[in-house]
Design a protein around this ligand. Structure first.
Ligand code: SF4
Length: 494
């Protein structure tokens, strides 16, 4: 598909919109060009017209040809000009392709955060109108966003100016899944790095605890993610959890989650190490309960291993377990997804997170180009999930989107009342500072009461993290510099 741009700089937004409708095609963008051609093409143009600006969109898709105009004052804000141009383009592509993307022209990753911000400024009724009429969000996604906004509000209201959360990165996995785009190293290739990595991670945790004390912060939640944290040994998990418990004051923390992720890494020994280390919540992620789909996505475990891992975790006293599923996996069907969800619900986990497949360019599956499901299939899966999870008493409590998601849909965390992961809400809403340790982790320092975030990145790969560890420690000092500049917004704890 060819996208022609003329007289404006909204390249990113216009290209993303075209991708909603032409997700299998390469979008060729031609800037400063108003003479458009090609069987599938769209022109988006902004030009002076008297005292104002003329917005024009012209499309040709197969036998469909469309043209529409709008006009704005020359003083109009760029965001509003961009939105109006996006609406013109969306309407024509919708008519040309006969599909209705449910999030309308919203392509950002945090629709609920946007809805909350609109609600705070204009009230809920007006915020809902803006979603429906200005952003063309369907009634169903609007209702979902409103429910999620209300549910997450309880957790958000508990965050204080001195709140922070801790993220610990274990970027190792037993093998690499074909749909994965994370910076994760397979244990097979990097096993020799793990002992040194754990040692240095403990040192970074000690340094971070000092920063927490120096800045007068209090830890609200702790999250071990990856990768697959349980890819390392029970002893290594104990050492890390012991360090966290010893170094940080966790008396205000409402969560210590460890992603057990891949069921093939879960053992009794590791679960006991997690329990003894104060873990309150784990995640065991089947993604699907179809062995055939697991094989196609290169996830080397079986459905039986998921069921066994879940029962073992219950047996070891884990009373808050999340299970991750993915809608839209290659080779999966709506019936297959239903069977997966029903199978998961039969286990009665405290939360279920339903992701939609995101086809990042770095993922092997995307490069192979095989078996990408239809957007309508993924949408039907999510519809079923919403219906069944609601019937079973689960509530949506956080929602986010990623680029290149099948059908431009979303990821939703569902849980039984009281079983939320506060960390998931805080990271998605960017509520307060997240102090992140380990390779690939990014600390985000949030000025209380403001929107801006200062990001401090650690090195991506374990070998870089190990080789340049002194720099990692030095970068942590920037957190204190940020808080010094906040100048009294954070209360120093007694
Ligand atoms: S378990 Fe997760 S992080 Fe690890 S390879 Fe698979 S998708 Fe990537």
């Amino acid at each position: 598909m060819k996208l022609f741009l003329y007289g404006h700089s909204f390249h990113y937004e216009m290209e993303n919109l075209c991708r909603l409708f032409f997700h299998r095609q390469k979008i060729e963008v031609l800037e400063d060009c108003r003479d458009f051609d090609g069987p599938d093409a769209a022109l988006t143009l902004v030009e002076p017209d008297g005292a104002g600006l003329r917005l024009l969109v012209r499309t040709r898709v197969g036998r469909y040809e469309g043209e529409a105009e709008d006009a704005v004052p020359a003083s109009e804000k760029p965001q509003e000009i961009e939105r109006r141009l996006a609406v013109l383009l969306f309407r024509q592509l919708e008519a040309a392709c006969g599909v209705r993307p449910r999030w309308g022209i919203l392509t950002g990753v945090r629709p609920v955060k946007l809805l909350r911000s609109l609600t705070e400024r204009f009230g809920e009724e007006e915020a809902a109108r803006v979603f429906r009429e200005d952003y063309l969000v369907t009634e169903e996604k609007l209702r979902l966003s409103l429910t999620t906004m209300h549910n997450e509000g309880v957790l958000l209201s508990r965050s204080r100016p001195e709140s922070c959360s801790l993220y610990v990165s274990i970027p190792f996995c037993p093998t690499r899944c074909a749909y994965c785009s994370f910076v994760s190293s397979t244990v097979e290739k990097t096993v020799r790095l793990i002992p040194r990595y754990v040692e240095l991670l403990c040192e970074e945790l000690r340094k971070t605890a000092q920063v927490v004390r120096d800045c007068g912060l209090r830890v609200e939640s702790v999250y071990f993610g990856g990768g697959t944290p349980t890819a390392i040994s029970a002893e290594q998990l104990s050492v890390l959890l012991g360090t966290v418990n010893r170094e940080f004051d966790l008396s205000h923390s409402r969560e210590l989650t460890v992603e057990a992720g891949r069921p093939d890494t879960v053992t009794r020994e590791k679960l006991e190490a997690l329990r003894q280390g104060g873990t309150t919540r784990i995640s065991i992620n089947p993604q699907t309960l179809s062995d055939e789909v697991l094989r196609r996505i290169g996830r080397r475990h079986t459905t039986q291993q998921t069921l066994d891992a879940f029962r073992l975790a219950r047996d070891c006293g884990m009373d808050n377990i999340n299970m991750d599923l993915i809608a839209g996996l290659p080779g999966d069907t709506v019936e297959g997804f239903r069977a997966t969800l029903d199978g998961v619900l039969a286990l009665a986990p405290e939360s279920v997170t339903v992701h939609t497949l995101s086809l990042k360019r770095s993922a092997q599956i995307f490069q192979d180009g095989a078996g990408e499901p239809e957007a309508e299939t993924a949408a039907a899966m999510l519809d079923y999930a919403q219906r069944r999870l609601t019937q079973e008493g689960y509530q949506p409590y956080y929602l986010y989107r990623q680029s290149r998601m099948v059908g431009n849909l979303e990821n939703i965390g569902w849980c039984k009342p009281g079983c939320e992961s506060p960390y998931n809400v805080y990271i998605m809403d960017e509520t307060h500072t997240i102090l992140a340790c380990g390779a690939g982790a990014a600390t985000k320092v949030k000025r209380p009461g403001a929107d801006d975030l200062e990001r401090i990145f650690n090195f991506k790969f374990p070998y870089e993290y190990i080789d340049r560890f002194q720099e990692v420690l030095e970068r942590k000092n920037r957190v204190k510099h940020c808080y010094d500049q906040f100048d009294g917004t954070v209360r120093t704890l007694p």
